[in-house]
Design a protein around this ligand. Structure first.
Ligand code: 9RB
Ligand code: ZN
Length: 368
C-alpha cells in the first residue's frame, strides 16, 4: 500500500500575524500568535520525517492551483480581492475580520489548493493508494464569495470540482472530522446531488448557529448534506458511534467514487479551541473505518486534506496516527499521554452522545 504525502515549507510562511488568538492586537490585547499559526502543522511535518514514516510515503509534487481552478468554486470578486490584498505589503483579511494574512499569502493559498489537487490526482491516477495533503491555510470554512474562519479558498472544493471535470469521477463524498462545522464545503455543494458532504462537529462551536441536523441540502442536493453535531466533551467512543451509525451507512448508501476527508485535529485533547477529547489512538479506528469503506466502495480511493487543529504538541501525534493507519506502517513513536487520555471515563460513549448521533441518523433517514 502506498500513501502519498503533501507538505511544502512555504505553508509555514502563511503569516497570520500577531493576533492574541483571535483578538486583533492592540488596546488591551497584548500581541501574541494567532490561533491559526504554523506551529501545529510544521511540527506534524517534522514528526513525519523524524519518525521515519516519511521514508515510506510518496512525497507528491505540488504546483499552485490556477485562478481558473479557484473559479470552479469561488467568484471572481473574491479571488481578485485575495490577490490584491496579498500584494499589499501589509496583507489583509480573508473576509470575516478573524482571518488575517500577510504579504504573499495568496500564492501560498494557491499552493494549498494545489496540494489537495495533487493528492486527489495521485489517488485517481493510481500513483498511490491513498494520500494526505498537509496543507495550510485551511479551507473548509471558505465560502464561494468570501473567506472565513482562517480559510481563504476551499481547498477540497476546488480539488473535487476539478476531479469531477478532468477525471472519471461522478460522485464524491466529503467527511469532515474537524471540530468545527464544515460550513464552506457544505455551501459549495449544497445543491449538488453528486457530492455528499458530512460534517461531525462540536455542536454550535463555529460558525455560530451552523451545522444543524436539518441542514440537508437544497433542490437536487436535498439529502446530500449530513450534519452530526456532538455535545462538548465527546471522545473516542462518541466519534466511533458517529462513524458507525451515520458516516459509514451514509457512504454505503451514496456509493462515492472518491472519499475526501477534511482532516482537522481540533477535536483532539488539549486543543485550545475545541472541547472534545479524541486521542491520537482514537483517530486510528476512525481512519480504518474510512479506509474499509473506501476499499469496498471505491477501490480504496481516500484523500485527506488538512484543516484545523491548534495543539502544537498533540496534533503531530494525531496526524502521525492517521498516516500510520493509511500507510500500514507503524513507527516506534508512542503517544506518551495515551495511558492517561485513552482511558478517561468519557472516552466511553455516553447516553447523551448516543442520543445526538441517533438524532443525526434519523434526520439523515438512515434509521427509522
Ligand atoms: C470571534 C469569533 C473563530 C473561532 C474559531 C475558529 C476556528 C476555525 C477552525 C474560527 C473563528 C466570533 C473571535 C464568532 O479551526 N476551523 O476548522 N472566531 N470566533 N466572533 N468573534 C469576535
Ligand atoms: Zn476547526
Amino acid at each position: 500500500m502506498t500513501t502519498g504525502f503533501v507538505w511544502k515549507d512555504i505553508y509555514g510562511w502563511h503569516d497570520t500575524g500577531t493576533s492574541a488568538g483571535a483578538f486583533p492586537p492592540g488596546g488591551f490585547a497584548q500581541p501574541h500568535q494567532h490561533f491559526e499559526s504554523a506551529e501545529s502543522k510544521t511540527r506534524f511535518a517534522s514528526l513525519v520525517d523524524v519518525s521515519g514514516l516519511g521514508d515510506h510515503l510518496v512525497r507528491l509534487a505540488v504546483t499552485p492551483a490556477s485562478e481558473e481552478d479557484l473559479l470552479l468554486v469561488h467568484n471572481q470578486a473574491h479571488v481578485t480581492n485575495m490577490r490584491e490584498l496579498s500584494a499589499d505589503p501589509k496583507g489583509g483579511d480573508a473576509g470575516d475580520g478573524l482571518s488575517p494574512f500577510g504579504h504573499g499569502s495568496f500564492e501560498i493559498a494557491l499552493m494549498a489548493a494545489g496540494g489537495t489537487i495533487a493528492a486527489v490526482n495521485a489517488v485517481l491516477t493510481g500513483e498511490v493508494a491513498n494520500a494526505y495533503a498537509l496543507v495550510r491555510p485551511p479551507g473548509h470554512h471558505a465560502r464561494p464569495e468570501t473567506g472565513m474562519g482562517f480559510c481563504l479558498f476551499s481547498n477540497s472544493g476546488v480539488a473535487i470540482r476539478k476531479a469531477m471535470r478532468d477525471h472519471n469521477v461522478e460522485r464524491v463524498a466529503v467527511v469532515d472530522w474537524d471540530v468545527h462545522h464544515g460550513n464552506g464545503t457544505q455551501e459549495v455543494f449544497y445543491s449538488d446531488p453528486n457530492v455528499l458532504t458530512i460534517s461531525i462537529h462540536q455542536d454550535g462551536l463555529f460558525p455560530p448557529d451552523s451545522g444543524h441536523i436539518h441542514e440537508q441540502g437544497v433542490d437536487e442536493g436535498v439529502g446530500a448534506n449530513i450534519n452530526v453535531p456532538l455535545p462538548a466533551g465527546s471522545g473516542n467512543g462518541a466519534y466511533l458511534e458517529a462513524m458507525d451509525r451515520v458516516v459509514i451507512p451514509a457512504l454505503q448508501r451514496f456509493k462515492p467514487d472518491l472519499i475526501v476527508v477534511a482532516s482537522g485535529f481540533d477535536a483532539a485533547m488539549t486543543d485550545p479551541l475545541g472541547r472534545m477529547i479524541v486521542t491520537a489512538n482514537g483517530y486510528r479506528p476512525l481512519t480504518q473505518r474510512l479506509m474499509d469503506a473506501a476499499d469496498s466502495l471505491c477501490q480504496g480511493r481516500l484523500v485527506m486534506s488538512h484543516e484545523g487543529g491548534y495543539s502544537a504538541t498533540y496534533v503531530p501525534f494525531c496526524g502521525l496516527a492517521v498516516l500510520e493507519t493509511m500507510s500500514g506502517v507503524r513507527t516506534p513513536v508512542q503517544d506518551a499521554l495515551a495511558p492517561f487520555w485513552d482511558v478517561l471515563p468519557d472516552q466511553v460513549l455516553q447516553p447523551w452522545q448516543a442520543d445526538a448521533v441517533q438524532r443525526a441518523a434519523q434526520a439523515a433517514g438512515l434509521v427509522a
